[in-house]
Design a binder for this molecule. Structure first.
Ligand code: 26V
Length: 808
């Protein structure tokens, strides 16, 4: 790409001249950053064209990964590393007097997702591209990403994330690929020659304009595309009469109503989001994406070859949010391509695959039928017909057939059940960890599993080890490469070779040094952002993730307070100095989660200002957790807190990111934690607490009374009384207290408290033995290969998509 620094500089000068028409020395840091992005984008465009030509030549089947969320993070450093030109560019920039870190900081981190699901989609794009899986990501170009979190007196406040304000130099609008999407209106049924046809009229039209972002794969062989759709009016409608009456907002209402569709990302909510705009978003990007796929398929293979669609295309839906892909593809095949139902259904159900990401009943999508029918009348008719035919097929001779029908119906109780629609209309249904898939098969989707077991499989999640280890932790990356060579970047399984260094004192000491440097880096960040001074030589015990009752940030908080209470009672207590770090956003309307943040901040206030304890412990809540802050946090962790109520966390992916950075997991037997344990062995992970079947049994049969448990445990008694007796600067935590005592502690925080504290004490003991600890940490890095998204994507490509996938 660039032979050396001089070669790079030549092209860079040309880029600057073309972009800004002024000498480099008059350019701002931001302009230098922008020119760099444009230069790399240009190179990516060339590889992207080559990728497409190669795929066409080889007649490759393509995957379209539909996701409402893509948390891609900053791209510049990642792409320079993937193209192996970071050193050259760094040298060149230093020569020009520019600091590379400052240039990286210029990039906005697009927050186009809520958490794990959105980041998983981005890791998958990275791995698909590295493995040359032909494919594309399909999403929405939200003008505002997830809100920015600011803490005011310990309370979360939300600010809009106007990430596009200075433009986003990685994106290119593709007006020739725009698609028209229709909403509302009326459907007429016509009977001619005994055949029914449907005429759709009086609808509203929206122009879907795609913006393409290049996905640069490691090694620079392949560049795929992330296509983000923006909603615009098809024709400019300006109400001149309204304008002349001085009603300026009425004059532009048409434009605003349409643009609203791609204006803002919906946050995860604590209540089901029965919101019309959200449904509009889902249909908008599905119709745009499926429309464009069919258009290019026909252009390439001919309209008479639609029967071959499942051999050439796989549509993957990331959770149920894009589930309308099925009825939309049916609509196009029936109404525009004039296929018969059976043929259209056969094509559709062999083209689409579905991943489920949660078993939380309140998170399973459902839409009120009235809203759905009015917004998408033709799609509703098709859903009704899918539902009718599925019910017809039910075997009524089976005992309990009525219960099974209730559990599997798409239309039930006035609602459209999107998970059921997805299972019925997809050829593949997968969970995201072993235990999650088992729960899907045996509980959540058991009636479907009984009917169609062949559809179900497990694909345990994975994360990009290139972003979350190589890019985020350059010290560790260099140490690994020095020890086992650079092949691990392409084949994460090679990390297992590190196990050979388990008893190598020199190596372990260097591993400790790297961790110390990462902790110092995070300590600096904390000092700059919170004014709290933390000791990089203390144990960094960290929980970072979305705030939710089932993830049990409360358990972490109570452990911290219990340690504080114990120290107050016995100041001579021999505890290793600890820094407890939490971060994560709460959904705007989730009152309990917001109170949890306030609680952790209140604990931080008490602990950090108490001279009796503050050289033994510090508590920090880091604001605005996002991909960029995550990349600073994971490499600095000693302890990774993965403490959800067993059976609730589908997989978790933070657990994997911590692990590959040498943090040791303190966790429950939940999600992928169980597979982390299989990978590192019982000696290198600390698992505690109720098992998923025990939790289920308590839900079904009762037998747990949180109030009684509190009476029996003096630690819990003190902790609960502090919640309401004004201990925290007079503040009373009523939502937390009610959830634990009046609502009988739905997530078993108190039940798991004692085993949790014991497991942590074990862990801290291990931590005090430096060589043993370094060995445990090393075994975690060595065991992390399985959790690379390269492994996950290889399984998707071979087991579901049946596409090309280069073995690493
Ligand atoms: C959303 C909500 C919203 C309403 C209240 C309850 C609730 C519970 C969970 C969710 C998350 C829905 C989907 C999701 O983001 N799942 C996450 O997907 C990750 C990638 O597979 C996985 O690692 C996480 O365990 C899973 O929670």
């Amino acid at each position: 790409m660039f032979v050396g620094k001089e070669d790079f500089l030549l092209e860079f000068y040309a880029e600057v001249a073309e972009l800004f028409g002024k000498p480099l020395k008059f350019c701002s840091t931001y302009e230098i950053y922008e020119a760099l992005v444009r230069l790399i984008s240009g190179k990516a465009a060339i590889i992207s064209t080559e990728t497409r030509q190669r795929n066409v030549k080889n007649n490759e089947k393509e995957v379209f990964y539909f996701s409402m969320e893509f948390l891609i993070g900053r791209l510049l450093k990642n792409y320079l590393l993937n193209l192996d030109i970071e050193d050259i560019v760094r040298d060149a920039m230093t020569e020009l007097g520019h600091n590379m870190e400052a240039l990286y900081q210029c990039e906005r981190d697009p927050g186009l997702g809520n958490g794990g699901l959105g980041r998983l989609a981005a890791c998958f794009l990275d791995s698909m591209t590295f493995l040359s899986v032909p494919g594309m990501g399909m999403g929405i170009r939200y003008r505002f990403g997830l809100f920015k979190q600011r803490l005011v007196d310990g309370w979360q406040t939300e600010e809009p994330d106007a990430w596009l304000d200075n433009g986003y130099p990685w994106e290119t609008p593709k007006s020739d690929a725009a698609v028209t999407v229709k909403f509302g209106g009326v459907v007429d049924k016509n009977y001619t020659d005994g055949k029914m046809s449907f005429v759709y009229r009086d609808y509203d039209v929206v122009n879907a304009l795609p913006y393409d972002v290049p996905v640069v794969g490691y090694g620079g062989r392949t560049v795929n595309t992330l296509r983000l759709w923006r909603a615009l009016p098809l024709h400019e409608v300006f109400d001149l009469n309204a304008f002349n009456r001085g009603e300026y907002s009425a004059a532009v209402k048409h434009r605003n109503d349409i643009e609203a569709i791609s204006t803002v990302l919906y946050p995860d909510d604590s209540t089901p989001a029965g919101k019309e705009l959200r449904l509009k978003q889902e249909y908008f990007f599905v119709a745009a994406g499926v429309g464009s796929i069919l258009k290019s398929f026909k252009a390439r293979y001919g309209a008479d070859k639609l029967g071959a669609l499942p051999d050439r295309v796989c549509i993957h839906i990331n959770d149920t949010h894009p589930a309308l892909c099925a009825p939309e593809l049916m609509r196009l095949l029936l109404d525009e391509e004039h296929l018969e139902w059976d043929e259209a259904w056969s094509i559709t159900t062999r083209t689409i695959a579905y991943t489920n990401h949660t078993v939380m009943p309140e998170a399973l999508e459902r839409w009120p039928i009235d809203l759905f029918r009015q917004l998408l009348p033709r799609i509703y008719m098709i859903v009704e017909e899918i539902d009718r035919r599925f019910r017809e097929s039910a075997d009524r001779s089976k005992p309990n057939w009525h219960d099974a029908m209730k559990a599997t119906a798409i239309l039930w109780d006035g609602q459209v059940h999107m998970a059921n629609l997805s299972v019925i209309s997809c050829f593949s249904v997968n969970g995201v960890s072993d235990i999650h898939t088992e729960i899907l098969k045996n509980e959540t989707l058991r009636d479907f599993y009984a009917l169609m077991p062949q559809k179900f499989s497990n694909k345990t999640n994975g994360v990009s080890h290139r972003r979350f280890l190589h890019e985020s932790n350059p010290g560790l990356s260099a140490l690994i490469s020095e020890s086992i060579g650079r092949r691990w970047l392409e084949n994460a399984a090679e990390l297992s070779k590190l196990a050979a260094f388990k008893d190598d004192a020199a190596f372990l000491s260097r591993l400790g040094q790297v961790k110390r440097e990462n902790k110092a880096r995070l300590s600096d960040f904390i000092r700059r952002n919170t004014a709290i001074a933390v000791d990089p030589d203390s144990v960094f015990d960290i929980q970072v993730k979305r705030i939710h009752a089932y993830k049990r940030q409360l358990l972490f908080a109570f452990k911290i307070m219990n340690t504080y209470n114990a120290l107050k009672e016995n100041p001579k207590l021999d505890v290793k100095p600890h820094t407890f770090i939490a971060a994560g956003k709460a959904a705007q309307s989730y009152v309990f989660a917001k109170e949890t943040i306030k609680f952790i901040c209140a604990i931080a206030d008490v602990v950090n200002s108490d001279p009796d304890v503050c050289d033994k412990m510090k508590v920090v809540f880091i604001e605005n957790f996002n991909v960029s802050t995550a990349q600073l946090i994971y490499p600095a962790a000693d302890i990774s807190e993965q403490i959800s109520t067993a059976g609730k966390e589908a997989s978790g992916t933070g657990n994997m990111k911590f692990m590959m950075n040498g943090a040791v997991t303190l966790g429950t037997a939940d999600g992928a934690n169980i597979e982390l344990r299989d990978s590192v062995g019982d000696d290198n992970i600390f698992i505690f607490g109720l098992k998923a079947d025990e939790v289920l049994s308590y839900y079904k049969n009762g037998g747990y009374l949180s109030y009684d448990l509190v009476q029996e445990d003096s630690r819990l008694k003190l902790l609960t009384s502090q919640l309401r007796n004004g201990f925290y600067n007079g503040y009373e935590f009523n939502h937390i207290s009610d959830a634990l005592l009046r609502n009988n502690d739905e997530y078993f925080v108190f039940k798991d408290f004692d085993p949790y504290v014991k497991a942590w004490e074990e862990l801290v003991k291990a931590c005090g033995d430096a060589p043993r600890w370094a060995g445990i940490s090393l075994m975690n890095i060595a065991g992390a290969g399985r959790f690379s998204s390269d492994r996950a994507i290889t399984e998707y490509a071979n087991g579901i998509w049946h596409t090309r996938c280069d073995i690493c």
